[in-house]
Design a binder for this molecule. Structure first.
Ligand SMILES: NC(=O)c1ccc[n+]([C@@H]2O[C@H](COP(=O)([O-])OP(=O)(O)OC[C@H]3O[C@@H](n4cnc5c(N)ncnc54)[C@H](OP(=O)(O)O)[C@@H]3O)[C@@H](O)[C@H]2O)c1
Length: 251
C-alpha cells in the first residue's frame, strides 16, 4: 500500500541506524534515495549498494548538515544526481549525557548546533526543490525525550523539544506550498546511538518498562516515516508520531 514510486527522498544521516533503515525501506517502496553521511563513507556506500540491489537509484553525499552552506550544497548535488526532491528525512543527530553541574557551554552549543541548527539548515535547503515539484513531505526525527524531558540528557531533550516547535512552525508556514512537515518520536531503538546506553542503564529493566515488551528496531520508525513520506499521509501535517512501544504511557 505504501507507494513511493517516482519519489526522490533525501535522508540526512542515512548511513547508519534509523536513517539507514529509512533508506532501505523507502527504496523497497519504490523511492530513489540520497544517503547523506558526515564521517562514515563505507557505511553510506553499503546503503547505496543495498538500495541499488533493490533496483532503485541511490547517491551518497558527505555533509555536516550543521555547517553553514553544507546541506544546501548536498541538496544541490542530490538534485543533479537524482532529480528534484519529494521527501526529506532528518535523522542526523547527537545524543550525549551531561549532568547540569558538569555541562559546559561547548557541550550545550554542540548539541544545539547539530540537532537544532542542522535540522533548520536541512529543511531550508530542501524547500526550493520541493516547491519546484509542487509539494513534498519533510520528516524530522525528534524523541520522546523532547516531549517529556530527560534527566542527565537535558541538552538533548531541549534540542528535541525545539525540533517539535520548529516542525509545527514549518507545517504552518509551508502548507500553502503543499509541503507537509511532521515529526517521528522514537523511544529506545537499537542503533549505534543508543545500544551502549541501553546496556549501561540495564536492558532488562528498560524492556520491562516498555508495555509492548521489547526495544524498538530501526524498521519500526522507518515504517512510520515511509507512511509520512507517502501520499497516504496527504492530510497530515504538524503532527508528531510516537513510536515507542507504549513507553511514554508508563505510570
Ligand atoms: N536510537 C534511539 O534510541 C533514538 C531514540 C529517540 C530518538 N532518536 C533520534 O533518531 C535519530 C536517529 O538516531 P540513530 O539512533 O539512528 O543515530 P545513529 O545510529 O547515531 O546514526 C546517526 C546518523 O546521523 C549521521 N550524522 C550524525 N551527525 C551528522 C551531521 N552533523 N551531519 C550529517 N549526518 C550526521 C551519522 O553519519 P555517520 O555514519 O557518517 O556518522 C549517522 O548516519 C536521531 O535524531 C536521534 O536523536 C533515536
Amino acid at each position: 500500500m505504501i507507494d513511493l514510486t517516482g519519489k526522490h527522498v533525501f535522508v540526512a544521516g542515512g548511513s547508519r541506524g534509523i536513517g539507514r533503515a529509512v533508506c532501505v525501506m523507502a527504496a523497497k517502496a519504490g523511492a530513489d534515495v540520497t544517503v547523506n553521511y558526515v564521517r562514515n563513507r563505507a557505511a553510506a556506500d553499503d546503503v547505496v549498494n543495498q538500495v541499488t540491489s533493490l533496483g532503485r537509484m541511490a547517491f551518497a553525499v558527505q555533509a555536516d548538515i550543521s555547517q553553514n552552506g553544507a546541506a544546501r550544497d548536498a541538496v544541490d548535488k542530490a538534485v543533479q544526481a537524482l532529480g528534484q526532491l519529494d521527501g526529506l528525512v532528518v535523522t542526523a543527530g547527537v545524543f550525549e549525557p551531561a549532568p547540569i553541574d558538569e555541562m559546559t557551554p561547548e557541550f550545550w552549543d554542540r548539541t544545539m548546533r547539530v540537532n537544532v541548527k542542522g535540522t533548520y539548515l536541512a529543511v531550508q535547503s530542501a524547500i526550493p526543490s520541493m516547491r519546484k515539484r509542487g509539494g513534498g513531505s519533510i520528516v524530522i526525527f525528534t524523541s520522546t525525550a523532547g516531549q517529556r524531558g530527560s534527566d542527565i540528557y537535558s541538552a538533548y531533550a531541549t534540542s528535541k523539544g525545539a525540533q517539535i516547535l520548529f516542525m509545527r512552525s514549518m507545517a504552518k508556514e509551508l502548507a500553502p506550498d503543499r509541503i507537509r512537515v511532521n515529526c517521528v518520536a522514537p523511544g529506545w531503538t537499537e542503533t549505534d546511538m543508543a545500544t551502549d546506553t541501553i546496556n549501561a542503564l540495564g536492558r532488562e529493566d528498560i524492556v520491562k518498562s516498555i508495555p509492548l515488551g521489547r526495544i524498538g528496531l530501526p524498521e519500526d520508525t522507518a515504517a512510520a516515516t515511509c507512511y509520512l513520506l507517502s501520499d497516504l499521509a496527504n492530510f497530515m501535517t504538524g503532527s508528531t508520531m510516537t513510536v515507542d512501544g507504549g513507553f511514554d504511557m508508563r505510570g
